[in-house]
Design a protein around this ligand. Structure first.
Ligand SMILES: Cc1ncc(COP(=O)(O)O)c(C=O)c1O
Length: 380
């Protein structure tokens, strides 16, 4: 039995072209990019080229790209780095209740050091209201951090409107675009953001690599102390093969983004249609018209996340819940709790299915049939 992977929002399979691009760099280009000799210069050229590609992918300047060890570090650098560099201007930060833990836990850390954080609510559709951002803004707000696409629900937030709102405010605007970047075209010449976090492994690139876009003029304190890499914004020798792999992954998405979007839209439709054909009782969490093509979060009344995930896995379907798994039991999802209220049944009976390169029309339909059988059995 071949297992079917429907968990691309957790991580994606590495594209064969990415492996092909990384292999010779891993084997041959072992110089330290900070070394002045030819071995170092060769590695430096690879980094420079990848930096240009990353910058071009969002309409940025290469000096505005900081390579990191992934999305988590990019979010931490954006949030803690901005807070530390701007604390003389104020100590107030705004974010939302539905951010990834890379943002939420960074914000909580800042609270423990004396910053004040406003966590904005979302409505039942999963969206933040721009009016709420406006009302939460204060003279001493130094940072607003709102993700572009939620990793559990796929819901897109009104980033453009928030960016416009902040144009005349001192606050820096950071957006975690980890889930968005692979499918949504982003141009920092048009979108008034100051910081953007990207992760390599969500776009069929390697794990442990990502980048932070830092608009020129944005002040940022470095979190790591060491060498002067990445224009003193991120100390530590760069992971050259991984950066090369991420560059290849970026080039692939730039060429295929629209086609992927269309493909995943159709996968999602087929998945939901099959559940309907099989008479499964389900509802989709969040507003469908604000949801990204690759993710669907579904509530199955009368069931429970833990039992479902175990049964799906046994039948060869890999999906996940956004909920954290602590000591063998699944905690209710913080995102669904923010949408529906703590204690709502949907916070413990919902599963995230996410589509990507490991899918075909056939395996999506087959997975939906298996899911239907299990849900019928469990909700009897
Ligand atoms: C929205 C979002 N932000 C940040 C991250 C963290 O990225 P990484 O795994 O590269 O640290 C993830 C990964 O799950 C994510 O989905």
């Amino acid at each position: 039995m071949e297992s079917i992977y429907l968990d691309h929002a957790a991580t994606t399979p590495v594209h064969p072209k990415v492996i092909e691009a990384m292999l010779p760099v891993t084997q041959e280009v072992y110089g330290n990019p900070s070394s002045v000799h030819q071995f170092g210069r060769k590695a430096r050229r690879i980094l420079d080229q990848a930096r240009r590609t990353a910058a071009k992918s969002i309409g940025a300047n290469e000096k505005e790209i900081v390579f990191t060890s992934g999305g988590t570090e990019a979010d931490n650098l954006a949030i803690i780095g901005t807070a530390m560099a701007n604390k003389e201007k104020g100590k107030h930060i705004i974010t939302t209740n539905v951010e990834h833990h890379a943002t939420l836990h960074a914000a909580e850390y800042l609270e423990s050091t004396g910053f004040e954080v406003t966590y904005l609510p979302v409505d039942e559709t999963g969206s933040v209201r721009v009016q709420d951002v406006k009302e939460a803004l204060r003279e001493d707000t130094i940072l607003v951090s709102i993700m572009m696409v939620n990793n559990e629900t796929g819901i897109m937030q009104p980033i453009e409107e928030v960016a416009d709102l902040l144009k005349d405010h001192q606050a820096a605007f950071h957006s975690d675009i980890v889930q968005a970047y692979g499918l949504i075209e982003i141009d920092v010449q048009e979108l008034a953001v100051d910081l953007l976090a990207v992760s390599g492994h969500k776009i069929n690139g390697p794990k442990g690599v990502g980048f932070l876009y830092v608009r020129e003029g944005t002040t940022l304190a470095s979190l790591q102390h060491g060498g002067e890499q990445e224009r003193k914004r991120r100390a530590g020798t760069e992971n050259v093969p991984a950066v090369k792999g991420m560059e290849e992954a970026i080039m692939i998405i730039l060429e295929n983004r629209d086609a992927y979007r269309e493909k995943y839209r159709s996968f999602k439709e087929q998945f939901l249609n099959t559940l309907t054909e099989e008479s499964v009782n389900y509802t989709v969490n969040g507003s469908e018209d604000k949801c990204m093509e690759s993710i669907v979060n579904i509530s199955f009344p009368g069931t429970n996340v833990e039992t479902m995930l175990t049964n799906f896995d046994l039948s060869g379907v890999a999906a996940s819940s956004g909920s954290a798994c602590t000591a063998g039991s699944v905690e209710p999802s913080h995102v669904l709790s923010a949408m529906y209220g703590k204690g709502d049944a949907r916070t413990v009976n919902s599963i995230r299915f996410s589509f990507g390169l490991a899918n075909t029309e056939e395996n999506v339909k087959e997975a939906a049939r298996k899911v239907s059988q299990i849900v019928h059995r469990l909700s009897e």
